[in-house]
Write a protein that binds this ligand. Structure first.
Ligand code: FE2
Length: 184
């Protein structure tokens, strides 16, 4: 996942604030938050795409599961954007901004069946969750316990929802890490 190592766009505007975090620290934190805002917005719309388009005998169960995931992701969009603003930054939160900055692959329009949507979402959720875990480390390195805590909340929830999705597919890779084919 080369895209996960990319950095956020450099153009950052900050407002003066009484917050006890120096501007030199707030700028990279706002960049980090905006990168995650783009990823989170993009992932949210991808889950809704699956919610609207899944077909097959498990339709109602998957339609509802995907909406449950989307609702959880939607809450974090607001929290991440508001943290960027709280640090004196500008939240880059339009759909077009997200599309430009997201690290995630576009959702496949070819997905139809439950299994196709589960696989497409699990792949993207795994990439998204990896980017969040990376953001936890970066926020921690910058000494911001609150942003670290926010990303940790997101990460724990995304690991849970990856489990929910993968539990439907588990017969395909009963052991080991799916990306480590040598262990399968
Ligand atoms: Fe709906």
């Amino acid at each position: 996942m080369d895209k996960a190592t990319q950095t956020a766009p450099a153009k950052i505007r900050t407002f003066r604030s009484r917050i006890d975090i120096p501007t030199t620290t707030r700028i990279p934190l706002v960049e980090l938050l905006n990168q995650q805002l783009a990823n989170t917005l993009d992932f949210y719309t991808q889950v809704k795409q699956a919610h609207w388009n899944v077909k097959g005998s498990q339709f109602i169960m998957l339609h509802e599961l995907f909406d449950k995931v989307a609702e959880a992701v939607f809450e974090y969009i607001d929290e991440i954007a508001e943290r960027a603003a709280a640090l004196g930054g500008v939240a880059m939160g339009t759909v077009r901004m997200a599309a430009q900055n997201s690290m995630l692959e576009e959702y496949p329009v070819s997905a139809v069946t439950g299994e196709e949507h589960l696989n497409a979402l699990a792949e993207r959720l795994a990439d998204y969750a990896a980017s969040v875990r990376d953001a936890i480390e970066k926020a921690d390195d910058l000494g911001d316990a609150d942003t670290t805590d926010l990303f940790t909340d997101v990460s724990r929830d995304m690991d849970k929802y990856l489990w929910f999705l993968e539990a439907h597919l588990q017969d395909q890779f009963p052991e080991g890490n799916k990306k480590d084919s040598s262990k399968e």
